[in-house]
Design a protein around this ligand. Structure first.
Ligand code: SF4
Length: 69
């Protein structure tokens, strides 16, 4: 599954980083999200759940998890 971030929507709130620091970071200039990974193994339930949680907590709806199958 693909992790996508819409940088035009990201407001740099950092909730994704707090939720899943292994997958998300913020850039130094404006705090917008930096994806540390763009794919998550759809067989890895805990990783998928972590991304879903980050998508859920993002206040601007900038994150999405896309199933390509
Ligand atoms: S939680 Fe959403 S708005 Fe905040 S930094 Fe992450 S992607 Fe951007």
């Amino acid at each position: 599954m693909r992790i996508e971030a819409d940088l035009d929507r990201c407001v740099g709130a950092g909730q994704c980083v707090l939720t899943e620091p292994a997958l998300f970071d913020q850039n130094d200039e404006d705090g917008r999200v930096v994806l540390l990974a763009t794919e998550v193994d759809d067989g890895d339930d805990s990783a998928v759940a972590a991304v879903r949680e980050a998508v859920h907590v993002c206040p601007s709806g900038a994150l999405s998890l896309v199933d390509d199958r």
